[in-house]
Write a protein that binds this ligand. Structure first.
Ligand SMILES: Cc1cc2nc3c(=O)[nH]c(=O)nc-3n(C[C@H](O)[C@H](O)[C@H](O)COP(=O)(O)OP(=O)(O)OC[C@H]3O[C@@H](n4cnc5c(N)ncnc54)[C@H](O)[C@@H]3O)c2cc1C
Length: 299
């Protein structure tokens, strides 16, 4: 049985002078060094004895990690060290990516969001991460600095399992880049937790939509589900229905059913599998209706 730890175990706090120095240190100490940003996952897991890091490598301030920048041509760049509250209060995010602000706002409390980061939420790779779905449906791409320099990692192949990602020893995510959004978009994040604030999701549903004249229905929808599988799940079956058929109440209902059968959930401490499936159907349906209502008004 794991005993409760009375406090944080000892560790060395490392503050490298450059990204290359940080990558080299992390690679040389693979398995015993971790990147730390807000520390809201890291310190809890270390205190509980689940993670035993000898070194915490603070990368805040290195390279573009403090950048929060938007341009209509390039889209949005959110540096790794940018807190969720900074993202939520950014006028550019509110105007062009309100779905991201909504998802970030659902995370815990104001106090926690003053430390927690979007990139930390992604790198933690929890299937329950509240901002992951929005980042996926918005087409987010991670900028990664490793021993060989910079590369990009699309989010749709980044997650390998709970707590597991495509990052290699020495890798540091410096930012997430989100492409420019189409002229008219609508989005909705629906989170079911055991209480109104401060709880991880039992189910999280992200829906994003926009007009697209190249597809039969005239609209494209993206759907991502949290807390239903070992990794965040996109639902191409449901998205295809909404592309192929005229968007009506019956089509929204059919797509929500497709989301319900797209995964095989487990019973866990937060809820049973049957309840989880039913709630995915209900929340997907409600989120699709909300998005469609906005899109049809704009159209
Ligand atoms: C009380 C409480 C309530 C919470 N409620 C929610 C909630 O409602 N919804 C939710 O989604 N989450 C919740 N969380 C989890 C947590 O706040 C988020 O996952 C947060 O976004 C993590 O960001 P951070 O900057 O604190 O990450 P950190 O703890 O600093 O890092 C998290 C992990 O990512 C790795 N990492 C961080 N940055 C990088 C990088 N740049 N490159 C490579 N690896 C990196 C770290 O090594 C570590 O493994 C809660 C946590 C607490 C303590």
């Amino acid at each position: 049985m794991q005993m409760a730890h009375p406090g944080l175990p000892e560790f060395d706090y490392i503050r490298p002078g450059s990204l290359m120095e940080a990558s080299q240190f992390l690679a040389e100490h693979a398995g015993e060094a971790r990147v730390v940003l807000g520390g809201t996952d890291t310190f809890v897991r270390m205190r509980d004895g689940a993670w035993k890091a000898k070194y915490l490598v603070d990368i805040k301030g290195l390279g573009e990690t403090n950048t929060l920048q938007y341009s209509p041509a390039e889209g949005l760049v959110i540096g790794a060290a940018v807190t969720m509250n900074r993202v939520i209060t950014s006028p550019d995010v509110q105007n062009c990516y309100p779905l991201l602000a909504e998802a970030a706002h659902s995370v815990a409390s104001y106090q926690l969001r003053n430390r927690a980061t979007i990139v930390g939420n992604i790198c933690n790779a929890s299937p329950a991460g509240d901002t992951t779905g929005a980042c996926i449906v918005l087409g987010g791409v991670l900028r990664v600095h490793g021993l060989d320099g910079f590369r990009t990692e699309p989010l749709d192949t980044f997650f390998k399992g709970p707590g597991k990602t495509g990052l290699r020893p020495g890798d540091i995510v410096t930012a997430i880049q989100i492409p420019p959004s189409p002229d008219f978009t609508a989005g909705k994040y629906m989170k079911l937790g055991r209480n109104a604030i401060g709880d991880l999701s039992i189910v999280g549903v992200t829906v994003y939509g926009y007009p697209d004249t190249t597809v039969p229905s005239g609209f494209r929808f993206k759907i991502a589900l949290a807390s239903v599988a070992p990794v965040p799940l996109v639902v191409p079956q449901a998205e295809a229905i909404l592309v192929e058929k005229p968007v009506t109440e019956a089509t929204l209902e059919e797509a929500a059913q497709a989301a319900r059968v797209a995964f095989t959930p487990i019973d866990d401490v937060r809820c049973g599998a049957r309840y989880r499936k039913q709630m995915v159907r209900n929340l997907t349906h409600t989120a699709l209706q909300a998005v469609w209502q906005q899109l049809s008004k704009k159209g």
